[in-house]
Design a protein around this ligand. Structure first.
Ligand SMILES: Cc1cc2nc3c(=O)[nH]c(=O)nc-3n(C[C@H](O)[C@H](O)[C@H](O)COP(=O)(O)OP(=O)(O)OC[C@H]3O[C@@H](n4cnc5c(N)ncnc54)[C@H](O)[C@@H]3O)c2cc1C
Length: 483
């Protein structure tokens, strides 16, 4: 295994994968070290999937700058990387005079920040745009959109690999030393060396920062729970509905359609202790249904299929006591290290702008030579379920594996499962197949297809059934025979 690189990126979330992709534009040997078995297992896989407009961010911050840039370019990015995306807009809805005043303030701030197309609209216009929304009035934000955060991160990582970057999974970084002009990076399974290190470790970025010589960052752990609603509800919601900001300036539970036709209700906002806690509770499910139901009729328990939680990578700014702005930094005492911390929401929207700023930090020290062979495009797996009848027939004629349905709820075929199993990143988990194909994401949540996916991994990769993992080390699908 080659362990010597020009640049090592720590963390394969959306930001680390965007950084790897942007670095792969240059003649550099680039590697990503990721502690989990796939990309997008950290914050990037536990969020709302919204392309933010910036309306909820304060102006004159790096976060705002990156958000406007990331939002404006995303139609092209989604085309280049073949990522499902809809620029559907969003409504921040309000009731009563106090909320009207808060929305007016947001509107003014948004105009000053240069957010395009903002409109204060009345109840009749809300009904025209979203017949199932409840509101007395709303702030309409047409530049917002929805995307698939898993496929976006996978696409960035795949495009980086197509352009020469390498991904190493199950490689938690435990120590970093510098000697003879090189970084020696110790992981749980080996040692890597690099001229440059980029910290993109999300919730653990403060720890890597300390290892690199950027000490003192203090995380603040805030968690949000969500409920996922059945696809039956998707047809009743065209765009996200946010409530007007509360007295602290934050928007409580919102309802958001996904690009695949589900509806997400959440997140709640809960302060937690120092650890990362992804647990979900019955109590919070009730809160979600109650708060979501105020804006959207179909936010009901009857449609609930699953819940999940995310934890914000917030860092406290000791000077202000508020959340730290996006920080992308270098310093002479830590040569050839680019440190990032505080990449809080909307980091999905901002991933590529952040990545370009990481590259710029390196360019401040050394010139980078563009790679002539760099290709910005990548193709995703063709979704059989989304094709016309004619195309489906043609696909089956060209490859009979399209004629066998593996996941009944989401209509995913054997051909798609096989393509996912042979993914360019070398991911071998059942969840890896899920996020690449949507198999197991339907109403039955894998009751029918999970064992079939396990069998496909066995067959295609020559693994024993006891070797196949759900999503992490120790999470075996099977531990032996019953009979
Ligand atoms: C509830 C919630 C909702 C959100 N909604 C949105 C939204 O709708 N739109 C939006 O734009 N943004 C949203 N965000 C923000 C967005 O998800 C994050 O800003 C973004 O995903 C951060 O990406 P990242 O790559 O920095 O972090 P991560 O995705 O956490 O990636 C960091 C990676 O580093 C790895 N790692 C950590 N430590 C080590 C180590 N020691 N060695 C090796 N690897 C390591 C982790 O396993 C992880 O894969 C939301 C966030 C939350 C919590």
């Amino acid at each position: 295994m080659n362990t010597n690189f020009d640049v090592i990126v720590i963390g394969g979330g959306v930001v680390g994968s965007a950084a790897a992709r942007e670095l792969s534009r240059y003649n550099l040997r680039v590697a990503v070290l990721e502690k989990e078995l796939d990309v997008c297992n950290g914050v990037s896989g536990h969020n709302t999937g919204l392309l933010h407009s910036g309306i909820l961010n304060e102006g004159n911050t790096l976060r705002m700058e990156c958000c406007l840039e990331g939002n404006a370019e995303f139609d092209q990015v989604a085309r280049e990387l073949d990522v499902p995306f809809k620029r559907c807009g969003k409504l921040i809805v309000g009731f009563g005079e106090e909320e009207r005043a808060r929305l007016e303030t947001l509107y003014q701030r948004g105009i000053e920040s240069g957010i395009p197309g903002l409109q204060m609209i009345d109840a009749a216009r809300v009904q025209e745009l979203e017949p199932n929304a409840h509101a007395d009035f709303a702030l309409y934000v047409p530049s917002a959109g929805i995307l698939d955060p898993f496929l976006y991160t996978i696409a960035l990582a795949e495009n980086a690999v197509m352009n020469g970057a390498r991904y190493y999974f199950n490689q938690e970084v435990t120590g970093i030393e510098r000697a003879d002009g090189l970084y020696r990076i110790t992981t749980v399974h080996g040692v890597f060396t690099a001229r440059w290190v980029v910290n993109c470790a999300g919730l653990y970025a403060f720890r890597i920062a300390e290892m690199l010589g950027f000490p003192g960052y203090q995380p603040k752990r805030v968690k949000g729970q969500y409920a996922i609603l059945d696809k039956k509800t998707g047809k009743y919601l065209g765009m996200p509905l946010y409530p007007a900001p509360n007295e602290y300036g934050a928007c409580d539970v919102h309802v958001t359609p996904t690009v695949d036709g589900n509806v997400l209700v959440g997140p709640t906002i809960e302060q937690i202790g120092d650890g990362i806690d992804y647990s979900v509770t019955q109590d919070m499910l009730q809160v979600l249904v109650r708060q979501g139901g105020k804006m959207f009729d179909y936010a009901k328990r009857d449609y609930y299929i699953r819940n999940y939680a995310g934890v914000f990578p917030t860092i406290l700014d000791p000077r202000t006591g508020k959340d730290l702005d996006y920080t992308i930094e270098t310093k002479p005492e830590a040569p050839n290290a680019v440190n990032t911390v505080g990449l809080n929401s909307p980091g999905l929207t901002c991933a590529l702008p952040i990545a370009r700023r990481i590259v710029k930090k390196i360019q401040e020290t050394e010139p980078l030579i563009p790679k002539e062979t760099f290709r910005p495009t990548r193709k995703g797996i063709v979704r059989f379920a989304e094709q016309t009848k004619e195309t489906q027939d043609a696909l089956i004629r060209s490859n009979p594996d399209y004629g066998e349905i593996f996941c009944r709820c989401e209509c995913v075929t054997r051909a798609e499962i096989k393509e996912a199993v042979h993914n360019i990143l070398g991911v071998e988990t059942v969840s890896g197949i899920k996020y690449r194909t949507r198999a197991t994401m339907g109403r039955c949540q894998g009751g029918y297809c999970e064992t079939r996916i396990t069998a496909a991994i066995q067959e295609e990769l020559g693994r024993k059934k006891e070797e196949v993992l759900l999503n992490q080390i120790g999470a075996y699908m099977f531990t032996g025979d019953v009979k």
